[in-house]
Design a protein around this ligand. Structure first.
Ligand SMILES: Cc1ncc(C[n+]2csc(CCOP(=O)(O)OP(=O)(O)O)c2C)c(N)n1
Ligand SMILES: [Mg+2]
Length: 722
């Protein structure tokens, strides 16, 4: 048996009856290094030289055991903030950690953007983590799915002359994916969603639960029924389970070794539950004396893994007191030097704050995305609806790029493939993905569980590995369980990791009302909640041709994109278009002048485009008002130049959208026009939007709640008369 090599520990052999003395010394060295890093950071925090501290104290034995059973840069790691000992044992250096603590420009995980202990290293396959507990478990699942996909289809890893050029794809057919959380975090739905998919797909994910008995001040029995997570997960199929004393180095190491063997053999995921202690309170901002008795704290102190390990090394005469002191002395020196160097390190530049919000490699507003429609033959000249041209784009792009996977609720033709011999298949509740599974197979087009965070969280993991997930949220109204993943993970990944990682995923979501009976939960808008997220592109086409060209840009883009498809427009006949060919693309951030005019600018998008056209035509007929309509098409980025150009010409502006008026998308556009174009205006900027309420079921109410052509018409006439 061989302990895995890592850059921080040499490869050494263990005897059959336990770790060799040399291994135990190395084990101890790594544990002690971790603790001394914590101690030094605590000192620096008290000296106000760093700004936050959370320790890995009490978890060291479990985590060194974990790290030594795996291979950095080969396996994948989704740790959490307590995993200092794991990261050190994988090769993340004390110097790297100190650079994080001081927030240096050279902090390798985030360039001073994230708190310390929010690890990240491309070289070691340690993926950037957020402060949100548990989200990373779903990333681990998607990462494992991507690894399996590449192993089965190695040709897909080849670089191509598009966004794939910016992704280094490496994979190993027996790689494993480590993901850890505290016991408190197992209460999050995402924990169960990750366990679900890992189990169902027999993925090589090692879930590590570091159970220190508390989630800040909340003891385990409050969060976990019966007080033991192992008992609750015991019936998940395909798992290897181990529950260990996480203060015992050997028990921990062997548990992980068995877990790794199970995963590498392709038998399924593993679950290692380690019972640890937490000697240093939750963080330096917490004082556990406020909620733990002295007796309890004393009992915990007796289980401190570092104290136990030191005693054992002495008892077994592996090291003398003097040798332990000498190891600790050299660790102190290493830690001091790291701290000193970090305190001299260059600080991040204020001018670079915006760097890496979006891809620096590929600009979706560039002319490269403005490609022509092809000449149509008779077959293609037949006009198709928005639904038809979105489906055609998905089909074309999947043919073009074998890294695309499409999944979501009910998007497959039929999960039970044999049924397809007799039935035509579902292909999405709106049939936008119809036929894709039949053409591309069930590995690339499949149904997800009914869990929106699962859909987006896995997409984060897939995309980190260079895959292109194009996922569907069945109704915008149910995107909210995924909002956390979108806001805190998907869109943030590139910026928070200082450009090391990115998640260029496409999320397609049917949105909007005007359905006559769609009611509260099938009519929602809410795009401004997404345009408010830096790092996320938001697209909302109003017609079939734009939907096709913009979806192609979304898929070929290097940023995450929320692609909002208005349900009411899916099958409209008046805006159909001929198939524009497999290369037709429209750049982001380019508004379309739907109707030129001289008297008034009407800025809009989505289902309000056809309604605005109706209103404008009536205004022309009845009042001879010449309205210019701008369809923004993409909401982030949006075409400020086109807006400014039009306002210069007309001096009067209405911003109209279907979403509620207050705090809606129009508020931002109106404010910016007021701010930057005030001198050009002859009238206040007017907004049109829905009433500030949800959409009701009864059509009379729905009509009154949502803006109608009549509402827009009145606003036009009013504003012209101002
Ligand atoms: C989603 C989310 N909710 C709340 C928090 C605030 N918070 C940070 S750590 C923590 C407790 C975590 O406890 P546990 O999972 O047991 O891990 P431990 O810190 O004990 O290792 C909480 C509530 C957070 N970071 N993320
Ligand atoms: Mg805990």
């Amino acid at each position: 048996m061989v302990l895995a090599a890592s850059s921080a520990s040499e490869s050494v052999s263990a005897g059959s009856d336990g770790l060799s003395p040399r291994q135990l010394v190395e084990f101890y060295r790594l544990m002690a290094l971790s603790r001394r890093m914590d101690d030094r950071e605590i000192l620096l925090k008290r000296q106000q030289k760093i700004y936050f501290q959370i320790s890995g104290a009490g978890h060291e034995a479990l985590l060194v055991g974990a790290a030594l059973a795996m291979r950095p840069g080969y396996d994948w790691f989704f740790p959490y903030y307590r995993d200092r000992a794991l990261c050190l044992a994988l090769g993340f250096t004390p110097a790297d950690m100190m650079l994080q603590a001081v927030g240096a420009a050279t902090d390798p995980a985030s360039g001073g953007r994230q708190m310390p202990t929010h690890w990240g290293s491309r070289e070691l396959n340690i993926v950037s983590l957020s402060a949100a507990t548990t989200t990373q478990l779903l990333h681990a699942v998607g990462c494992a799915e991507a690894g399996r996909y590449y192993s089965l289809h190695p040709e897909t890893a080849a670089k191509a002359d598009d966004y794939r050029a910016y992704r280094d794809v490496t994979f190993h057919s027996d790689e494993v994916v480590y993901a850890s959380v505290g016991e408190g975090s197992t209460s999050q739905g995402e924990f169960w969603e990750a366990m679900n998919t890992a189990s169902n797909k027999k993925l090589p994910v090692i879930f590590c639960v570091e159970d220190n008995g508390y989630a800040i001040s909340t003891p385990v029995e409050v969060s976990t029924p019966g007080g033991n997570i192992s008992r609750l997960v015991a019936n998940f199929p395909n798992f290897f389970f181990a529950e260990v004393d996480g203060t015992d180095p050997e028990a921990s190491y062997y548990a992980f070794q068995a877990a790794v063997a199970h995963c590498r053999a392709g038998l399924g995921p593993a679950f290692v539950h380690g019972h640890c202690v937490r000697p240093y309170s939750h963080s330096l901002s917490d004082d556990e004396k406020l909620y733990r008795t002295e007796a309890e704290r004393k009992a915990d102190a007796l289980r401190d893994p570092l104290v136990l390990m030191r005693a054992r090394l002495l008892r077994q005469r592996i090291l003398t007191e003097g040798e332990i002191t000498s190891i600790e002395h050299s660790l102190d020196q290493e830690v001091s030097e790291a701290a000193e160097r970090a305190l001299q390190a260059p600080l991040p530049k204020v001018e670079e704050i915006r760097k890496h919000i979006y891809s620096e490699d590929l600009d979706p507003t560039s002319a490269a995305f403005a490609s022509e429609q092809k000449k149509n033959d008779a077959q293609d000249a037949k006009p198709r609806t928005m639904a038809g041209l979105i489906n055609a784009c998905l089909q074309d792009e999947m043919r073009h790029d074998s890294r695309i996977v499409v999944y979501g609720e009910d998007v497959a033709d039929a999960s039970r493939e044999a049924a397809l011999a007799e039935v035509t298949g579902k292909g999405g509740v709106f049939k936008l993905t119809a036929g894709l599974q039949s053409e591309f197979g069930s590995e690339r087009v499949f149904n997800s569980p009914l869990a929106e965070a699962n859909i987006v969280g896995r997409a984060v993991g897939y995309s980190l590995r260079g895959m292109k997930p194009v996922v569907e949220i069945q109704f915008f109204d149910y995107i909210w369980p995924a909002y956390h993943q979108i806001h805190n993970e998907l869109a943030l990944m590139r910026w928070r990791s200082n450009g090391q990682w990115a998640c260029p995923v496409v999320i397609r979501a049917p949105i909007g009302g005007y359905l006559t009976g769609g009611a509260i939960y099938h009519s929602q808008s809410g795009e401004s909640l997404f345009t408010h997220i830096p790092g996320l592109r938001v697209v909302m086409p109003s017609n079939a041709l734009d939907a096709n060209g913009l979806l192609r840009t979304a898929i070929r883009c290097d940023d995450p994109v929320l692609f909002l498809e208005h349900k009411r427009l899916y099958r409209e006949t008046h805006d159909r278009a001929p198939y524009p060919g497999p290369e037709f693309a429209i750049p982001f951030g380019k508004a379309k002048i739907v109707r030129p005019g001289a008297d008034l600018t009407l800025i809009t998008y989505g289902a309000l485009v056809p309604r605005s056209v109706q209103a404008a035509e009536r205004a022309r007929r009845e009042h001879n008002i010449d309205v210019e309509i701008l369809d923004l098409r993409t909401l982030n980025p949006y075409d400020w130049e086109a807006i400014a150009e039009s306002v210069k010409k007309t001096s009067r502006v209405i911003v109209a959208h279907e979403d509620m008026l207050s705090w809606g998308y129009g508020a931002e556009i109106a404010a910016r026009i007021g701010d930057e174009l005030f001198d050009l205006l002859d009238a206040p900027v007017r907004r049109v939007g829905a009433m500030d309420t949800f959409v009701a079921y009864q059509p009379i109410l729905e009509d009154a709640i949502l803006p109608q052509p009549e509402t827009i018409f009145k606003a036009i006439v009013d504003l012209k008369a101002y």
